[in-house]
Design a protein around this ligand. Sequence first.
Ligand SMILES: Cc1cc2nc3c(=O)[nH]c(=O)nc-3n(C[C@H](O)[C@H](O)[C@H](O)COP(=O)(O)OP(=O)(O)OC[C@H]3O[C@@H](n4cnc5c(N)ncnc54)[C@H](O)[C@@H]3O)c2cc1C
Length: 163
Amino acid sequence: MSEPQAGSDARAMRTGAVRHGESFVVNGSKCWISRGAVSHVFLVDVVFRDEEKSPKGLLLIDRDTPGLEIGRIEPMMGHRGSPSTELIFRDCRVPVSNRMAHGDFSAALVAMSLSRCCNAAIALGVAQRAYDELVEHLKQRAAFGKHLADFQGLRWMIEDMAV
Ligand SMILES: Cc1cc2nc3c(=O)[nH]c(=O)nc-3n(C[C@H](O)[C@H](O)[C@H](O)COP(=O)(O)OP(=O)(O)OC[C@H]3O[C@@H](n4cnc5c(N)ncnc54)[C@H](O)[C@@H]3O)c2cc1C
């Protein structure tokens, strides 16, 4: 779903699909796609441009579809086992039969909200591990005749991190 200009405001997405015979031709780009670097198939939110009121909906797009390029892997502080990537669509032709049922955009938004809660939990776990590793390091490492854990300036930093 996410695009550079459409994160929280998913309705601002621009990736469009135009029908040509038995295919949709998709153009646009996505970002922050979890496991985009390793996935075989993508569920992609698009705007159906040539339909009345340009409804939003979902297309199932195979990784090997000509016109789909996996872009850069986003640099992240953690969570690197799940590489997030850009997806770039240039005249990417998708069979009409790959369109999911009508009226599914709100269901996609609900799924997105759930995944945001998961991302928050993952971020908290990464922060907790960083904290635990740091405390252990400060207890082990000695400099200027004492353990780093005994320096008040560093203890304040750890305290801020715990808060
Ligand atoms: C680890 C990770 C994995 C992800 N995986 C996926 C994925 O698989 N597929 C996908 O489509 N996207 C994915 N995303 C993208 C994610 O959905 C977006 O980051 C999210 O929607 C927020 O968009 P944004 O980053 O553009 O922030 P913005 O929308 O720019 O928001 C920036 C800040 O403004 C606040 N804000 C925004 N709007 C309002 C408002 N109306 N009122 C008050 N505050 C507001 C936000 O809370 C936030 O603090 C992933 C992101 C991360 C970090």
